[in-house]
Design a protein around this ligand. Structure first.
Ligand code: HTL
Ligand code: MG
Length: 654
């Protein structure tokens, strides 16, 4: 029986002799590999944080002290040590543990996260609240070098250094975001790890330590000498110090003793301190160490023979391939990504056109406004971005791109429910927040042939354009020259199947659901709406006059979405048919299997079938009620997808 078997709560860890903590960290590592091999998950980041996790839980009390994990994808060790070990096999799956820290899941989770760079501002707020109430719990933010590239993190640092509450910022620097980290601060941190420089730093650090509040650190023994890399004096060029934080490091984040030693001594100090730890992404698991990009988010694998599964051709790949051709054909085409090269299908593009490829780091706002700058100078930028992350660039879309009516194309990936990443990553708001913006037009293809044609048309037409597609696989389009890609009848919906009584207006992946549910019933017509803005109001008006019912179906939140656009047309044009809207009924949708969630939320093929049967008067009365509820649920009742038993394996990670 291992030590981990006796640890059911952090209090058990505190009883482990200090010299055995490194062994606990190793067991934690094995357990994380075991869990991820079974169900997939964020393997490499969690492996790199086990020593830090053990040290934090050994010294502090996570129920009272606040551990604020940035992104939260590195928190598997934290979850295991805080009483969730027996449920780790459900992580990211329907009804199982969340893949990130989530306050509703455990009192040990201080913040609900998923998006990067929030930990510092949240920690500042917590420290201020503590001080206002005269409390004395500790606040510790743990932020990666990738997350530190986000403007929000940097702006929060600026504020922390100004307000100077007692708190610790642990910079977990593994030189990686999902792909290689980028940016000037990243270069600076690499330079900090150069050896001769460190020796000088040690000297300076010792000098800075002697006297004043830092005296206790200066008195530390020889262990400290090795570990104390630097305390910068005020004249130092250290950017964190310049921003008002005490800076300690860099230290070896895989040496539990070293981490403990520094955390203990920092704990005695006032004001904000940054502890810079150097770790290795994937540490201790050779395949993940040597290929941390592939093993950032793993699908389940055989631990005895760890081979990353090839992913099926997806919408992202289709976009990346199209972008290469578009950039080949026009040297003004650029592609920008905020730290999502792999997920956005841009690995090949980045090699084909490195001169017109830009990874700006986890800084969606910067991606959007840099695109605006490019467009102002006559270039044709495409911002490749996930629906959920474009939320971070909303003001920039309005203020910098759309007011100016600039030629910027938003290639929006992961539109719709995303699976294992869950609530924080659902791409179900973009239609609502983009539809409100003048000049900006929004399209959604139903296949990869349309997808590339729409991106090309958007570039050709100019003006702000958003083309969105879901996560997942798609049939690869046939190879064809850009010139041979079909023309897009911009703003026109397409009738895919005629019908007499009910018209189903579907969008993107729900087109397939509509065709499936309609079958060969002559009463049901199916339309691929293709455009949310401009909406094809001419065709819609015809259908509303011809048929008694129009049904909209979308993988998006109902308020403000595609169905809302249709209902506005119904009101504005006084259309006669009865309108039923299917989509996410304004609830927070957690991690799970999207297909199953679509049906539980009332817009999968089964629920569409039930709704159609009811509208056509074919259904039994009980079924009527169910469908009615699913179709119109306003959010007061949580649908089944919000809380169900653990089930299907988690979907792919971000
Ligand atoms: N943009 C925003 C605002 N949030 C997130 N989470 C992403 C993009 C996507 N993302 C991750 S994890 C990650 C990114 C870019 C890399 C974080 O790098 P860091 O941590 O250095 O902070 P590391 O992986 O341990 O090295 C997820 O969505 C999970
Ligand atoms: Mg990192």
């Amino acid at each position: 029986m291992g030590r981990l078997d006796e640890i059911h709560a952090p209090s058990d860890l505190k009883r482990v002799p200090r010299h055995e903590l490194a062994a606990v960290a190793d067991e934690l590592r094995d357990e994380i590999v075991r869990v991820c091999s079974g169900v997939g998950g964020h393997l490499a980041s969690s492996l790199g944080a086990v020593e830090l996790t053990v040290a934090l839980h050994y010294l502090f009390d996570s129920e009272r002290d606040r551990f604020v994990w940035d992104v939260g994808h590195q928190s598997y060790g934290h979850k295991i040590l805080t009483g969730r070990r027996d449920r780790m096999h459900t992580i990211r799956a329907h009804g199982g543990l969340a893949g990130f820290t989530t306050t509703s899941e455990s009192p040990h989770d201080a913040l609900t996260v998923g998006h990067a760079s929030t930990s510092l501002a949240a920690s500042l707020g917590m420290a201020l609240a503590r001080d206002a109430r005269g409390d004395d719990y500790r606040v510790t933010a743990i932020i990666g070098d990738g997350a530190l590239t986000g403007g929000m993190a940097l702006a929060a640092l600026n504020q922390i250094g100004h307000v100077r509450p007692k708190m610790t910022v642990i910079l977990n620097d593994n030189e990686m975001s999902i792909s290689e980290n980028v940016g000037a601060l990243n270069h600076y941190m690499r330079h900090m790890q150069v050896k001769p420089w460190l020796q000088r730093a040690e000297r300076d650090g010792k000098r800075a330590l002697s006297g004043g509040v830092l005296e206790p650190l200066a008195r530390l023994g020889s262990g400290a000498k090795a570990a104390t890399r630097r305390f910068f004096d005020p004249a130092s060029d250290n950017p964190f110090h310049a921003m008002g934080l005490r800076y300690v490091g860099p230290i070896d984040g895989h040496d539990v003793d070293e981490v403990l030693y520094f955390l203990e001594h920092i704990d005695a100090l006032d004001g904000p301190t940054m502890l810079h730890i150097v770790t290795r992404k994937g540490k201790g698991y050779s395949v993940a160490e040597s290929d941390p990009i592939t093993w950032h988010g793993a699908s389940k694998f055989d631990p005895a023979n760890p081979v990353a599964k090839g992913k099926p051709y997806g919408w992202s790949n289709a976009f990346g391939d199209a972008a290469i051709q578009l950039a080949d054909a026009d040297d003004r085409v650029w592609v920008l990504t905020p730290a999502m090269r792999e997920g956005s299908g841009l690995v090949s593009y980045s090699k084909h056109h490195p001169e017109r490829y830009l990874d700006v780091g986890i800084a969606e706002d910067v991606a959007v406004t840099t695109a605006a700058g490019l467009a102002l100078q006559g270039e044709k930028p495409i911002v490749a971005i996930y629906s959920t992350f474009l939320q971070r660039g909303f003001d920039q879309v309005v203020h910098d791109v759309s007011i100016e009516n600039l030629d910027v194309v938003f290639a929006i990936d992961r539109a719709g429910l995303v699976g294992g990443d869950g609530a924080t990553h659902q791409g179900v708001y973009d239609l609502a927040y983009l539809r409100a913006i003048p000049n900006l037009e929004i399209a959604m293809p139903r296949d990869a042939v349309q997808q590339r044609a729409m991106v090309k048309a958007a570039l050709d037409m100019g003006g702000p354009k958003a083309i969105r597609w879901p996560r997942g696989s798609v049939d690869a389009p046939p190879e064809a020259d850009v010139d041979a890609w079909p023309d897009v009848a911009w703003g026109q919906a397409e009738v895919l199947k005629p019908g007499t009584d009910v018209w189903v207006w579907a969008l993107g992946p729900t087109v397939a659901y509509a065709l499936e549910a309609a079958g060969d019933d002559p009463r049901i017509g199916v339309v691929d709406a293709r455009f949310v803005k401009p909406l094809d109001r001419t065709l819609l008006a015809r259908h509303a006059q011809e048929a008694s019912h129009v049904v909209t179906i979308e993988d998006h939140n109902l308020p403000g979405g595609f169905g809302s656009a249709v209902s506005e047309a119904f009101t504005d044009d006084a259309l006669p048919a009865r309108l039923t809207r299917l989509g996410v009924p304004d609830v927070v949708v957690p991690h799970g299997d999207p297909k199953r969630q679509h049906d539980e939320l009332g817009y999968g093929p089964e629920s569409l079938r039930a709704t159609l049967a009811r509208l056509l008067g074919d259904a039994a009365p009980e079924a009527n009620d169910d469908a009615e509820e699913a179709a119109t649920s306003s959010g007061s009742e949580r649908p089944a997808a919000v809380a169900t038993a653990a089930g299907d394996a988690a979907a792919k990670t971000t």
